[in-house]
Every structure is written in C-alpha cells, then in structure tokens.
Design a protein around this ligand. Sequence first.
Ligand code: PAF
Length: 282
Amino acid sequence: MIIAKTREELLEQLADWRQHGDRIALVPTMGNLHSGHMSLVKLAREHAERVVVSIFVNPTQFSEDEDFEEYPRTFERDTRRLKKPAADLIFAPEVETIYPFGLTNATTVSVPRITENFCGASRPGHFDGVTSVVVRLFALVQPDVAVFGQKDYQQQLVIRHMSQDLNLPISIITAQTVREADGLAMSSRNLYLNDEERKIAPALYKVLSEIGTKLQDGRRDFEALEAESAAKLTAAGFVVDYFAIRRAMNLEMPDRDCDELVVLAAAQLGHARLIDNVVITI
Ligand code: PAF
C-alpha cells in the first residue's frame, strides 16, 4: 500500500492507474479509523479497482471552541488497518497541500439552504469547511466514486447537493451506519465518553428507532413525537441539540403523505457530541 503525502506523489500514482483504465474510489476521512470507516472502504472496493483513503484533519470545519487540537490522530494504527487488500493508497497531505494559499486566503465552497439547520445551525461554518475540503480532495484525486457514511446524514446530503450543482462527474455513495452491539453508532468521538456515559449513549439510537416504529404505525403528529423523544433523551442525561423528523431527500418539513422520512438527532453527552439518524420508508 502506497502512502502519498504530497500532491506530486498522489498524481503520479493516479496517472499510472488511469493509464491502465482503473476506476478510482475515494473515501475521505479524518483518520482514527474504526469499523465504520472500514465499511466505507469495503464498499468503495465494490465500485472501483483502486481505493484511495484520505486522512486529513481539516482545520476549516472546526470552530475555535471545538476539538480540532484534541481530535485523535492515530496515523500508524490507521495505516495498519488500511493495508491491502483494504486500500491501495493513503493520501495524507499537509495543510499547505490542501490549502496552498493559506487558510485565511482559501476559496470557500458554500452550499445554501440545506446547511442552515441542524448541525449547520449549531456549528456555524462547519459545512463550508466540509464542502471546501471535499471539493479540494475531489479536485486532487478526481475519483469516479466517493463514499460517505450515513451517520453524518446532513453531510452526505450537502455533498450530494454540491456535486450535482457543480456538475462534478463523481458518483456519491452513502454507506449504512455501523453500530456497536448495543446500537451506538460508531464514531471517533465515542472516545470522549466515560464509562458511565458510554452506558447511557445507546439510548440515542433506541429513541430514534422507537420513533421509526411509531411512524411506521401511522403516527403523523411530528412535533409531539419530536418533543416526546427529546424529553426522553434529556431525562437519560443528554443535552439535546436537535431532534427532528424531516423529508429524507432534503431535510424539509414533511407532510402527512411523505413516504421517505429521516429522524435525525444530535445531543451532547459529557464531552461527546453524538449524532445519529434513522431513515424510514413507509
Ligand atoms: O466525515 C468526515 O470525517 C469529514 O467531515 C470529511 C468528509 C472527511 C471532511 O473532512
């Protein structure tokens, strides 16, 4: 497996694969890889002959009071996990490679509307950072396919919107969330949970799943369902940021007849900000 740290190393290898007609899949990550990431890598392999995993903790998607400095960096371990046959190349650039004009002079790609609520409202500037780095990774790697996780539901919709709007010739694939045995969605930030919080954390998925069942059973009092669920999470010890039932395709308010819904939530538990969602097809 190849580790490319510079643009030149990356482009040289990609040119060679393209010459052989290989399709290329990209899995963008911030490292600290867990089984959730590995499922994205596995899915990427099903869609392309060559799999590139980028590892880059992107400073522009963290606000000043967030965990950019503490974000776990585990490059040696990640490299071992990605050894072939998992990935063909790890792209691990420096900040200067991704932002050659510097962070304050960098071009920003900003998706309107769908970024305004939920994580976009609680984390101002976060999605501008995500789209700006993803478009840069797309421009460098020029993949045929890129894979993102469903756990970050709003993120994958934002990236789909950006790719379609900019006519990027890249298929965006969304991989199902991988869960611990007790239902907790795998996430690098689960590391921030202490033992007590770790026992409480699966309640997030439990409450989301309960709503799924109620929607399947025909309940359509969306606001009451949201309030009930948020109250359950608060009682369990979470500080709820949002809990919402929306149209799965665009996060707009659903009407009674909407047959594809997403229930999405974010909540703070100790130092960990947990997000999760379930998609309901009726
Ligand atoms: O989901 C993530 O890990 C990040 O937001 C991403 C897509 C790698 C961009 O930095």
